[in-house]
Design a binder for this molecule. Structure first.
Ligand code: NDP
Length: 254
């Protein structure tokens, strides 16, 4: 019997995988035999994460590029395809967050959010999809957020970028499903990463989160791996254009 969830030998590029969620996803894929490509802007962080996975006996290669720079993205994707192999799955994970009252929200921060959270998925998605289209197969997984559903104060621009990611995911499906590609999104709830450092440090926030979330706790980044493996494997062969929430039930409860 085929293992529906088998991803061994597949080249999987995870953007922003030197820390947080991307790091956990890359490790989860590597543990299941995928050839993971570690990405970030900082050469030393990429080298250190790649070395850590390699020392654990996994297949990992570094690709240093800034996902907001379309030329660097094109060059990075080209060299992964030439030197590591055909990209079977792309995880558009790199992202940033800024919290500030909307009336005071800096224009530079708005621009940075759009560039890192939205343009990145377009640039990397397009560069990778062109190769996938020529092979008539490939999986794209975009990282969205529960913030598309929650409307919390101070976070409107970030939530707007994640809403764009949900619709970009549907659009990738609409344009590319005919070529055998699948595009889906994972919408995480609250996870303790550098991106959430201010919330993690605030006991009042954890109290709110525990009261608001049916599971009554923060998520652990490893809890995103199951859905990520599902979406990168044949087990999800007819799942397309969807956003799957991994959030302890926070978006299911009013
Ligand atoms: P972290 O800040 O912990 O990690 C972000 C990663 O992205 C780092 O590896 C960083 O590396 C990389 N990165 C940032 N900017 C760029 C860039 N321009 N080019 C390449 N790499 C970049 O964030 P999280 O792990 O928390 O978040 C990952 C994704 O998950 C984001 O899209 C976020 O919006 C989303 N998310 C997170 C949630 C959470 O609770 N943590 C909840 C919902 C969604 P470096 O700085 O070295 O380049």
């Amino acid at each position: 019997m085929d293992d529906l969830f088998d991803i061994s030998g597949n080249v999987i590029l995870v953007t922003g995988s030197t820390g947080g969620i991307g790091r956990a996803l890359a490790e989860g894929y590597a543990e299941r035999g995928a050839k993971v490509v570690i990405n970030g802007r900082d050469e030393a962080r990429v080298a250190s994460e790649t070395a850590r996975l390699t020392a654990l006996g996994h297949s990992a290669t570094g690709a240093v590029f800034d996902v907001t720079d379309p030329q660097a993205v094109d060059e990075g994707v080209k060299s992964i395809e030439a030197e590591i192999g055909p990209i079977a799955a792309l995880i558009n994970n790199a992202g940033i967050q800024h919290r500030q009252a909307l009336e005071d929200f800096d224009n530079e921060r708005w621009d940075a959010l759009l560039a890192t959270n939205v343009s990145s998925a377009f640039y990397v998605g397009k560069a990778v999809a062109r190769h996938m289209i020529s092979r008539r197969s490939g999986k794209i997984i975009n990282i969205a957020s529960v913030q598309t559903e929650l409307a919390r104060p101070g976070i409107a621009p970030y939530a707007a970028t994640k809403g764009a990611i949900r619709n970009l995911t549907r659009g990738m499906c609409a344009d590319w499903a005919r070529y055998g590609l699948q595009a889906n999104a994972i919408a995480p709830g609250y996870f303790r990463t550098d991106l959430n450092a201010a919330l993690v440090a605030d006991p009042a926030f954890t109290k709110w989160l525990e009261a608001r979330t049916p599971a009554a706790r923060w998520g652990n980044v490893g809890e995103l791996v199951g859905v990520a493996v599902f979406l990168a494997s044949n087990a999800s062969s007819f799942v397309n254009g969807q956003t799957i929430f991994v959030d302890g039930g926070i978006t299911a409860s009013v």
